[in-house]
Design a protein around this ligand. Structure first.
Ligand code: IMP
Length: 397
């Protein structure tokens, strides 16, 4: 049976490190949505490697890595990543595959995005327009590059056709029918880890629309983005940071005061992996988190970056919103309501140090209290706690 791992906030929850850690227990790592708007930094042999499209499982020899059909492909970025991996001596022949059904990001998608980039604060990676063309049925897909006649008929720009031909010549062997492959791997009882990009609060349907991405990072995206059976997923790991961050525009109700934000940004390295933009930082928002747990069907929570809060005398958690004098613990569907939401906080005592701690029982009592409160509120257990940047900086509960 398979496992899914997805962000429960506005992205950047530290999923890359967890995927990298968990990959050893799986045969396959598969992405199901998003594109090069995502960014994972993986520490490989002492060097930081940035990946936007290729699943981070690629660093584990023999693991199969698949880019599912729900993902949109920037061939230039993908090519750069594959060349980079080859240069680092990582062999991915016969274990890296791209779905024939993935939509291709075309040059005009970048131009069209320029208009929305300012309002929504998008990453400039052509994501919105590429998904818009998919839905309006005017896109082209990875499998189509095997018929130049067909893509010409679909009106693809002549210069871009040349780039597609080059991509096909160099990397065409990686493009395949991944639906067939995923089902065949399932029949052989291979274990698949589905890797979400962004987070539930950026989901096109369930996030803070219109300040969202154009795909479904939540669980539904796995089904439409890979073609796998819903009954083959038995575990859903929702990843939440012990605080909240957001890049791009849109409300963040629990945003901290400027000084605390600066401190957290500095200690937590809270700058966008794709765009380098400073992330806004906020306290943990349990109204949003409980909603995200419901939407995702998370069966457990991985809590990340607890060490970033080390040394604070007080730690706040948003537990309710006050909207126009009404107190609620329900996450509003309308962005204009969310913009007016004032968080009501429960205040916890801080703790000194969580770094280097290997077991749950070794954590400071205050940190345990904080974790316990989260579990009680959202109704799901915390199964992993990340206490630092390195692969092994993880407490398994
Ligand atoms: P887009 O996905 O580039 O269209 O951007 C839409 C919104 O999602 C913007 O607010 C982006 O900052 C945000 N976003 C997209 N990808 C990520 C990510 O990987 N982490 C965090 N935010 C993201």
């Amino acid at each position: 049976m398979h496992t899914a791992l997805m962000g429960l906030q506005w992205g950047d929850e530290g999923k890359g490190k967890l995927i990298d850690y968990l990959a050893t227990n799986f045969d396959v790592v598969c992405r199901y949505q998003g594109g090069a708007n995502a960014g994972h930094t993986v520490l490989y042999k002492g060097e930081n490697i940035y990946l936007h499209l290729v699943p981070s499982g690629i660093f584990h020899p023999n693991k199969i890595c698949i880019i599912g059909n729900g993902t949109v492909i920037d061939i230039k970025k993908l090519q750069e990543e594959l060349v980079q991996l080859k240069e680092k001596g990582i062999d991915f022949d016969n274990r890296f595959f791209i779905s024939k059904r993935c939509h291709i990001i075309q040059p005009e998608h970048f131009t069209r995005e320029e208009r929305m980039q300012k309002d929504i604060g998008t990453t400039g990676r052509g994501i919105g327009p590429a998904y818009a063309d998919k839905i309006s049925r005017s896109g082209v897909r990875m499998g189509d590059i095997f018929s130049i006649k067909y893509i010409k008929k679909r009106g693809v720009n002549t210069d871009f056709i040349k780039s597609l031909k080059t991509f096909k010549e160099n990397f065409g062997q990686f493009i395949t029918d991944t639906v067939d492959m995923l089902h065949s791997l399932t029949r052989k009882e291979k274990k698949i880890l589905f890797e979400g990009a962004q987070g539930v609060m950026l989901d096109i349907d369930f996030g803070t629309y219109p300040y969202v991405t154009s795909s479904n990072p939540s669980t539904g995206g796995i089904l439409t983005g890979t073609g796998i059976s819903p009954f083959s997923i038995s575990k859903i790991i929702g990843v939440a940071k012990t605080y909240t961050t957001r890049v791009g525009n849109g409300p963040l109700p629990t945003q901290m005061d400027n000084n605390t934000q600066e401190m957290i940004r500095d200690v937590g390295g809270e700058y966008g992996a794709t765009t380098g933009r400073p992330r806004r930082c906020g306290w943990l928002d349990l109204v949003a988190l409980k909603y995200a747990v419901q939407i995702s069907g998370a069966t457990e929570i991985a809590l990340t970056k607890i060490d970033v809060l080390d040394g604070l005398s007080q730690i706040k958690i948003g537990t309710e919103y006050e909207i126009d004098g009404h107190i609620t613990n329900k996450f509003p569907a309308e962005v204009w309501n969310l913009e007016r939401a004032k968080p009501i906080y429960t205040i916890f005592s801080g703790w000194d140090n969580t770094r280097e701690i290997k077991e749950y029982k070794g954590l400071p009592e205050e940190a345990k209290e904080y974790i316990h409160y989260i579990e009680e509120y959202v109704g799901v257990k915390v199964s992993m706690i990340s206490i630092g940047k390195k692969r092994g900086d993880l407490i398994i509960v």
